[in-house]
Unconditional design. Sequence first.
Length: 305
Amino acid sequence: MRAIVVTDKAAGTAGMTLAERPEPPAAINDVVVEVHASGYVATELEWPSTWTDRADRDRAPSIPGHELAGVVTALGYGTTGLSVGQRVFGLADWHRDGTLAEYVAIEARNLAPLPGDVDFTVGASLPISGLTAWQGLFQHGRVQAGQSVLVHGAAGAVGSLVTQLAHEAGAYVIGTGRAADQKKALDFGAQEFVDLANDSLEDVGGVDLVFDVIGGDIQRRSAALIKTGGTLVSVVGPVEARPADGLAVDFVVEADRTQLSEIVQRVRDGRLRTNIGTVATLEEAVAAFNPTERSKGKTIIRLRP
């Protein structure tokens, strides 16, 4: 099969190549999926799991990408809950070869059915961004109606879904980003917008929840805005700044079939819109991951029509 592979951590995305790799077999509790569309996160080549397995053994050349939508082509021994020919989407294991390939082997429990009226491109854009938004807001942030939520990067792949889900939950949403992102953030449901380059973040006042996708100085300044009993949720690694009288949580997103089904149902009925930027073929993938200008929205690789 054809796949995008990486062999040199220091080379970054410039070291990606399109190569021939063996088709993966289906191990116990696995399925093999014919990948129709794949998502990719820009920081993947910095993750230790891209380069080593759980026993810390080198696994290069490795195939990146952990989001997919496609069709089940084979079942491993003992696999239940899915069937050959079924449309699925989901989140592949961090330590195994990923989804920037024509086929991927993945644990069945990491997949959810993809309804026939949801395009594969849309399905592939949901797993990491959607689950990160869902888990950060509802599991870790425990957002409630009437609370105020500060969403950094509100027009980005993750932030746009956080904004929509928080708005649907009845929260008052303040989005942040660049000036050019203001209209998009407001369209996604933010009631206010802060231009981080030109506006004063401190003018926001106290908030119940901060969803941070930036870290650093912005995180430190945001922590100071959190009300007593509020929460800082970070998806950029260990929290550097904690609210004086609240909680700070950092987490790594996990696959969850029930949550994926909740998310895709909201896409079906129009409550949730994805934020897809570039859609490229597998042949165009290396160039797509080395853009000459800032990407707007999530980049998706479409492997099949």
